[in-house]
Design a protein. Structure first.
Lengths: 256, 279
């Protein structure tokens, strides 16, 4: 089956999750990836949305973080302060998914402003849960489309900590959580170097060249010596994803 | 003692120019009808507090009601930007807007601290984030037992909190179920609280294991306002109008189109009409 680069990105992110994960899910691509994992290889994957829904199994993807569907299909729904106090800060979440307008080589993220904070060129939505998700979850997966304005040498604003400006800030801050261990884009997957924590290309998606990744990355990105190709989406993965998207479009009354 | 008032009278009595006001509801049960009444009554210089400003604060900001916004995520969920918020921050229209920006965790802790009559919230947060650099309300405190440095923000103590709930009984006890959000904390943190409800019933009943009941003596006024959360939703009553949230992107993008929409749908609408929104 042929597929789009967004489908490849969603499938690659879904594959990083397994049955034992307890996943803090954001809206958009992370939500699609987490539910795809649950519908394919990881049926016991636990999904938690910041609206307070614990162990939710939505039939369609929510448009917002607090759609009724998430509550209807949850094991339990807790108040928002409890979600952030006991469940996130309490260290109960294994994986957090994050994205943003900008990411740097150490997986630090900007979802606040483009330009100067006091006089922004573009005012973005802001942190939401991201700032503490980035430090409280055991590890972080970053999912965002590749592009030179998104994969930047220097962030305009650091909303959420990755490995810090030096790559080694987490330990200095007393954090015991791992931070970002994976970036999935529409071109490739990236993993941090074991020594420096600088993200390097681990696999290229089928048909993507090194040059395309270099052109779309704002820093001089390295490739792992053993970098390979991302296995293409299987028919099973694509059918599950497309069914999910079609159900969602019908439920939200939007054409896709 | 809880009073049962019309929407007009409840807002006129309990929301004053210059107040700090929290209209809460995490995606679910957003008090749109009450927000529209604030627009109709031309209340200005408000400090608006809300974790997720959503369309209702986009509308209040675009109408010039807000002097300051305290928030943690200012987008149109699943759609994109809040264009009125952006216009105010980026270009100062209709006038400049002061912002105090937090993370969700900080806001949630700050509401809980307010409800608990604490001066500040203490939590593990803001590590490695530039937010602490741009917001002077983000500080730190040292644990007297372990020496650990923790984040601290002031408690949220609104002059008035306004929420929408499913039901009140005839004594004014209020029931919220479904995604209960931060409403209990927002009500208990406030000097006074106004609650709009879908219906007033003889018995609240218990629905769902996560139902929250607010006793009448925590609430200043109850207003019957069926449909008062539209285009947000009321679990068990009506669904979120996702198509309207999508359509809002185009309406709010343009100043004239936005103003025409507010004139038609809010300013000329009677206050006892449930928020009818056509997409």
């Amino acid at each position: 089956m042929s597929y789009t680069s967004t489908e490849m990105m969603t499938v690659a992110a879904a594959r990083a999750l397994d049955n034992d994960d307890i996943c803090f899910v954001g809206i958009g691509l992370p939500s699609a990836a987490c539910n795809l994992a649950r519908l394919t290889h990881a049926p016991r994957l636990t999904l938690v949305y910041e609206s307070g829904t614990l162990e939710t199994k939505p039939h369609v993807l929510p448009l917002s973080i607090g759609d009724g569907e998430l509550c209807d299909t949850a094991l339990s729904t807790v108040p928002v302060p409890e979600m952030f106090q006991y469940w996130l800060q309490g260290g109960r979440i294994s994986v957090g998914f994050l994205g943003g307008a900008q990411v740097d080589r150490f997986g630090n993220l900007n979802s606040t402003v483009v330009g100067d904070y006091a006089k922004p060129k573009v005012r973005l939505p802001g942190s939401g849960g991201a700032t503490e998700i980035a430090t409280a979850c055991h590890r972080i997966y970053i999912v965002m489309p590749h592009g030179p304005r998104a994969f930047v040498e220097t962030l305009d604003f650091q909303t959420s900590l990755g490995h810090g400006r030096t790559g080694r800030e987490r330990r200095a801050l007393g954090l015991k959580t791992e931070g970002p261990t994976l970036i999935v884009t529409d071109l490739c997957t990236m993993r941090p170097d074991a020594e420096t924590n600088e993200f390097e290309v681990a696999t290229l998606h089928p048909g993507v060249t090194r040059e395309t990744v270099l052109k779309n990355t704002g820093w001089a990105v390295r490739f792992r010596s053993d970098f390979g190709e991302t296995p293409p989406p299987t028919d099973v993965e694509l059918e599950a994803l497309r069914d999910l998207k079609a159900r969602t479009a019908r439920a939200h009354g939007t054409a896709e | 003692m809880t009073e049962f008032l019309s929407l007009h009278d409840a807002i006129a009595r309990f929301v004053r120019r210059g107040d700090s006001v929290a209209l809460e509801g995490f995606t679910h049960l957003i008090p749109f009808a009450a927000g529209h009444e604030i627009i109709r009554q031309r209340l200005t210089d408000l400090t608006l507090v809300r974790m997720t400003p959503d369309l209702i604060y986009d509308q209040l900001i675009g109408c010039g009601c807000a002097k300051k916004l305290v928030f943690s995520w200012g987008g149109n969920p699943g759609v994109g930007s809040l264009h009125r918020l952006r216009d105010a921050v980026e270009r100062g229209w209709p006038h400049p807007l002061e912002i105090e920006e937090h993370s969700h965790s900080a806001m949630a802790h700050a509401y809980a601290a307010g409800a608990a009559n604490m001066p500040c919230a203490i939590f593990r947060g803001y590590l490695g984030s530039d937010l602490a650099r741009v917001n002077p309300c983000i500080r730190s405190i040292t644990c007297p037992f372990t020496g650990e440095v923790l984040a601290s923000v002031p408690a949220v103590r609104p002059d008035v909190t306004v929420i929408h709930a499913q039901k009140a009984d005839r004594r004014g006890n209020v029931l919220i179920s479904g995604i209960v959000g931060v409403q209990k904390e927002a009500v208990l943190a406030a000097a006074k609280a106004v609650v709009t409800v879908e219906e007033i019933v003889d018995e609240l009943g218990t629905e769902g294991t996560n139902a929250v009941v607010l006793p009448s003596w925590t609430i200043a006024a109850v207003v019957e306002a069926p449909g008062g959360a539209r285009p947000s939703y009321a679990h068990g009553y009506y669904q979120r109008d996702n198509a309207f949230y999508t359509a809002w992107d185009e309406i709010a993008r343009d100043r004239d189109r936005f103003t025409a929409w507010v004139d038609q749908e809010v300013r000329r609408a009677p206050s006892d009409r449930a928020t009818r929104v056509t997409s």
